[in-house]
Design a binder for this molecule. Structure first.
Ligand SMILES: [Zn+2]
Length: 482
């Protein structure tokens, strides 16, 4: 997908214009009608409410934001790694062009489709309605502003509950101090925030900051707060995350941002997640990305490969990618680099009726006429990929035969614990005992690209970050792009 990054200049413009707000671009100059205590601001203040909805939907002209098809995995055994990273949804085409020599400013979706959002500053900050340019107010440290979705408007309330009025937005919240930060819900973030009223009539909160500062909130939650001895793994993770970001600018453009701050893209926990050793790893690899034939690679990575990484086409279908071929997770004679991972092996056990209940809701393509009843008759592994992962799984039931392929198997065979998280990997054997089905497996995640626990293992054995990256992504070059 990365190869398309450079092809989409026009889309980039669309993205930015939509980010600025469709009304700004298509619907003319703002007209403001002041009048306390509750005022309607912005260009649409003069339009009757019922007409406004028509105008907005006409202006926006985009489908409703979708939720990520990749589900988060709330019960990770390794809290600091992206163990349960699901297969990403079919990627929308990257639409923003990465400009070499420039530190990219990126947009991370923190909250999507919310009724309200509360923002607080660490240090002073300024609240501006971007559609009109009006400064709504300034605040000192610790004061909380509340934004509520009101149809196509955003109801902005100043600290102390003082009503400020309705705005079309986007509402921009910017620290006034250089090191100022903004708190959203329970986390603080560098950079500025934008609160947008989306087409659902809900709020989206986007964090806007430069790529290097973003990585400071990504690398530790992705691979852990490793000690100095793990710095080469932190550097490898920094380069992989930087490359993933550059390759996927505009990936969520229909939602008004570049990437989710979750496992759907990359886990981003902002300022509180920052870690001195990771900061140094990021600074020492500043601007460094992995390239293949001169273009940024699709730098997928996952927690634990359990011995061999997976070729992308075996997990997600589609075309093979030269640098995303499965590789042994070891050098000649060594043990697997990720052998130290707590999920190097695992075991899951389902009672037959528990698995039936899970499959009844999770198995795609069930016969709707048989809703409510699911009787499992057989489940069998039909094909494995060269890495030993299950490539084809056949499930026979009263609904007929369903064949699941690659990483989709994890979404159906969910674990029988709270939240029904994805099966950790597709590397497993099945055993049947009376009324019980047992999966004995290894690894965590899709297995494509860099094995994070393997990278930690390699760093511990003295490998430098470039060797680590070139082990998992074969044939790549490292290039400093800004
Ligand atoms: Zn591994």
């Amino acid at each position: 997908m990365h190869s398309r990054v450079t092809d989409k200049v026009v889309d980039r413009e669309n993205t930015e214009l939509r980010i600025l707000g469709v009304p700004v671009r298509l619907c003319g100059l703002p007209v403001r009608t002041p009048g306390p205590p509750l005022r309607i601001h912005g260009m649409f203040a003069w339009i009757p409410v019922f007409a406004l909805f028509l105008v907005l939907s006409g202006c926006a002209g985009r489908p409703l934001p979708s939720t990520p098809s990749g589900q988060t995995d709330p019960s990770r055994p390794l809290p600091t790694t992206p163990s349960g990273r699901p297969a990403p949804p079919v990627p929308s085409e990257p639409s923003r062009v990465f400009q070499p020599d420039q530190l990219p400013v990126i947009r991370i979706g923190l909250l999507v489709n919310r009724d309200s959002a509360s923002l607080t500053g660490t240090g002073g900050f300024k609240v501006v309605d971007r559609s009109s340019g009006e400064v709504i107010g300034t605040s000192s440290s610790g004061q909380m502003w509340k934004m509520q979705a009101k149809g196509a408007w955003i109801d902005v309330s100043a600290p102390g509950g003082g009503a400020q009025g309705l705005y079309t937005g986007p509402i921009q919240v910017t620290p006034t101090a250089r090191e100022g930060r903004i708190k959203v819900t329970d986390r603080t973030y560098r950079g500025s925030m934008e609160v947008v009223s989306n087409k659902n009539g809900k709020l989206t909160v986007v964090n806007i900051l430069d790529l290097e500062n973003y990585l400071r909130g990504v690398v530790p939650p992705e691979i852990g707060k490793l000690k100095e001895s793990g710095i080469e793994a932190l550097k490898a993770q920094a380069v992989a995350a930087r490359t993933y970001t550059v390759s996927n600018l505009g990936r969520r453009k229909d939602l008004g941002f570049d990437l989710y701050g979750t496992v759907a893209d990359q886990v981003y926990h902002g300022y509180a997640a920052e870690w001195s050793v990771a900061d140094r790893a990021i600074a020492e690899t500043r601007g460094m990305i992995a390239t293949y034939k001169g273009k940024p690679i699709a730098a997928h990575y996952s927690s634990t490969c359990a011995g061999r990484t997976e070729s992308i086409e075996d997990a997600w279908g589609g075309a093979a990618v030269p640098y995303l071929r499965g590789v042994q997770d070891r050098d000649r004679g060594s043990a697997d680099f990720c052998r130290h991972s707590p999920v190097y092996t695992w075991r899951v056990e389902w009672k037959k009726n528990t698995l039936e209940n899970i499959l009844a809701t999770r198995l795609p393509g069930l016969d709707p006429r048989k809703t409510g009843e699911f009787s499992l008759r057989d489940i069998s592994i039909k094909q494995r990929s060269p890495s030993g992962r299950v490539r084809l799984l056949e499930i026979k039931s009263n609904h007929g035969t369903t064949t699941l392929r690659g990483d989709k198997i994890r979404s159906a065979l969910r674990r029988p614990v709270r939240g029904q998280p994805l099966l950790r990997s597709t590397k497993f054997d099945l055993k049947f005992r009376q009324n019980t089905i047992v999966a004995e497996g290894g690894g965590y995640g899709h297995g494509i690209g860099m094995c994070q626990m393997g990278a930690i293992g390699m760093a511990g054995q003295g490998y430098k970050y470039d060797r680590i990256l070139k082990h998992y992504y074969r044939g790549i070059d490292l290039k400093r792009v800004y």
